[in-house]
Design a protein around this ligand. Structure first.
Ligand SMILES: Cc1ncc(C[n+]2csc(CCOP(=O)(O)OP(=O)(O)O)c2C)c(N)n1
Ligand SMILES: [Mg+2]
Length: 551
């Protein structure tokens, strides 16, 4: 094989891993890679205005497709700007590969310009953080990084490459053909399956806690069938609202239900949601079926804990349950199913506040209802940190299909808009909508120019409550630091070339959403600035129902 430059070796590795997009900002240390990329039609380079935006875009794309995506940044300045995006990707099991051009190796360790220990910076927020020591190792380490990013529990990885290696010539150690090395986990042994099924059937009052692993493994149908076979409620982990259709009688978004269970069966979980786990009685049995051993016993010791392919494991458990269920058990399960169904019906009937539908400023539930009615069932929603996503969405918004709801797990503000752009690249024919607070929007608003420059049309809905409401409702007046002075979002968006409207009257809301959607379907990004109530009593359903009963 002919000798090639380190930069070409990087790009050949990306090609052989099937990378379609590289997101980043240029830097002197990266120029050799950019030059090769300019000559590589298989990979589209997307230049952004802040590396957090690049990383959230890569995360959106990778999370939605399950395929890797690459962030290319320069030295400590660019790399450290990705940190919040990497934290988000890490919390969301997203295979984002961050490649940073570093100072030349000769100048390292001498405190020179931007010479920082980035490997240590990224260690706690990636599954693999590594600095390449010589040009000839580029292919080995990059392929290894991709395997680690994609396999087991997907995760971001960080690779630093000293810039002098990029122009060095190397002998390629193997061919860069496209490889298809897929990861397959296995099903637990049959005796473990039987043990799990016996424990599940012995339990009087079990619940299933389901997490992102279900979406990652596309095990939604298996989860539904198992839950129905066992007549057990499925409670989603934090923000995992699309694991089953919202209307499913066993899909219960209320952690209080956990307080009288005698068995918790966790499936594909990853967020140690302490509020959730705090509800679980101390003597409840715990069974865990997870993608990755890291999740086992993370919060509580498990009675049975296995890492397995979720589809295969859930299927096998369901088969075993079916074999063991006799008439007596069937009757017991039927009664349990009816009880949970009744609870679900009550929760759904109580989900909407009774009044203030036409009040101005617009109330959070009005915004969510009109948005849901304007969107088709297949639309994909990204949302952000903030009161609407954290509190109202799970109560008032229906999801119909898996992988239609993405949020900034990890609690980082800024994911929704760039995340939606990354998803839209993978789903050009579907409506992709970013629902974002005014505070979170301002964290990553340079993404507007990226959407226009690269023609990635999404719909952005700003919940414009002039505050950091998620913080404000926990404060006392004068709410120090939580009231916001916003720019004119319509003028701001228009200055980027984005179609924009503001809506203050609830009567005009749905039509405005429909108009904006039409713009996006015609290829133009649209932004709708929805002026909503800034009174902290409206921040959460709990605060609202408490105060509305008092008044
Ligand atoms: C990067 C970052 N900084 C600070 C916070 C703390 N924080 C969590 S939610 C929030 C307010 C979000 O405001 P906004 O997006 O307007 O949503 P709202 O709560 O008003 O609905 C803040 C400051 C955070 N999560 N992330
Ligand atoms: Mg706000």
């Amino acid at each position: 094989m002919n000798r090639i430059s380190g930069a070409r070796a990087v790009v050949e590795c990306l090609k052989s891993e099937g990378v379609k997009y590289v997101f980043g900002i240029a830097g002197a240390s990266l120029i050799p890679i950019l030059e090769v990329l300019a000559d590589t039609p298989e990979i589209r380079y997307i230049s952004v205005r802040h590396e957090q935006v690049a990383t959230h875009m890569a995360d959106g794309y990778a999370r939605h497709t399950g395929k890797p995506s690459v962030v290319l940044v320069t030295r400590a300045s660019g790399a450290s700007n990705t940190v919040l995006g990497v934290v988000t990707a890490y919390s969301s099991d997203s295979p984002v590969v961050v490649i940073a051009g570093l100072p030349p190796v000769q100048s390292m360790g001498r405190g020179e310009y931007q010479d920082f220990d980035l490997v240590s910076l990224f260690k706690p927020i990636t599954k693999f953080s590594y600095q390449i020591e010589c040009a000839s190792k580029i292919p080995y380490i990059l392929h290894r990084a991709f395997r680690i990013a994609l396999h087991g529990r997907p995760s971001p990885v960080f690779i630093g490459i000293p810039s002098n290696f990029l122009s060095e010539e190397i002998e390629p150690p193997f061919s860069f053909e496209r490889r298809n090395s897929t990861w397959t986990a296995s099903c637990p042994p049959q005796e473990v399956i039987e043990e799990i099924a016996d424990m599940l059937l012995k339990s009087e009052n079990p619940a299933i806690l389901a997490g992102n692993g279900v979406n990652l493994s596309k095990a939604n149908e298996e989860l539904r069938i198992l839950a129905e076979t066992l007549a057990a409620p499925v409670i989603p982990e934090y923000c995992q609202l699309d694991l089953l259709p919202t209307a499913h009688p066993l899909f219960i978004h209320d952690r209080k239900l956990l307080s009288d269970i005698d068995l918790l069966f966790t499936v594909g979980t990853n967020v140690p949601d302490f509020y959730m786990w705090a509800e679980v009685p101390k003597d409840a049995k715990i069974i865990q079926v997870e993608l990755d051993a890291v999740q086992l016993c993370k919060v509580r010791p498990a009675d049975i804990g296995v890492t397995a392919d979720l589809k295969a494991a859930l299927n096998a458990i369901k088969d075993s349950l079916t074999r063991k269920i006799d008439d007596e058990i069937r009757n017991r399960l039927k009664r349990r199913y009816e009880r949970i169904k009744g609870l679900k019906e009550r929760l759904l009937s109580e989900r909407w506040p009774k009044g203030e539908w036409n009040a101005t400023p617009i109330r959070p539930w009005r915004l969510l209802k009109d948005l849901r009615e304007a969107l088709g069932p297949d639309a994909i929603l990204t949302h952000d940190s903030g009161s609407l996503s954290t509190h109202w969405l799970s109560r008032c918004f229906d999801f119909y299909n898996p992988k239609t709801c993405y949020c900034c797990l990890g609690g980082v503000m800024g994911f929704a808009v760039p995340g939606a752009l990354g998803i839209k690249l993978a789903e050009p024919d579907r409506d992709v909508v970013a629902l974002v607070g005014d505070g979170s929007f301002m964290m990553a608003n340079s993404a507007l120019t990226t959407s226009v420059q690269y023609n990635i049309p999404i719909l952005i809905i700003i919940n414009d409550n002039s505050s950091y409401m998620q913080i404000k409702w926990r404060q006392k007046p004068p709410y120090l630091g939580s009231d916001l002075l916003n720019p004119d979002f319509v003028k701001l968006a228009e200055s980027f070339g984005v179609y924009a409207e503001r809506v203050e009257d609830p009567g005009n809301l749905k039509q405005a959403i429909v108009r904006c959607l039409k713009e996006t379907r015609n290829g133009r990004t649209a932004l709708l600035d929805v002026v909503t109530v800034s009174d902290p009593r409206y921040a959460t359903p709990e605060t609202y129902f408490k105060t509305s009963r008092l008044s």
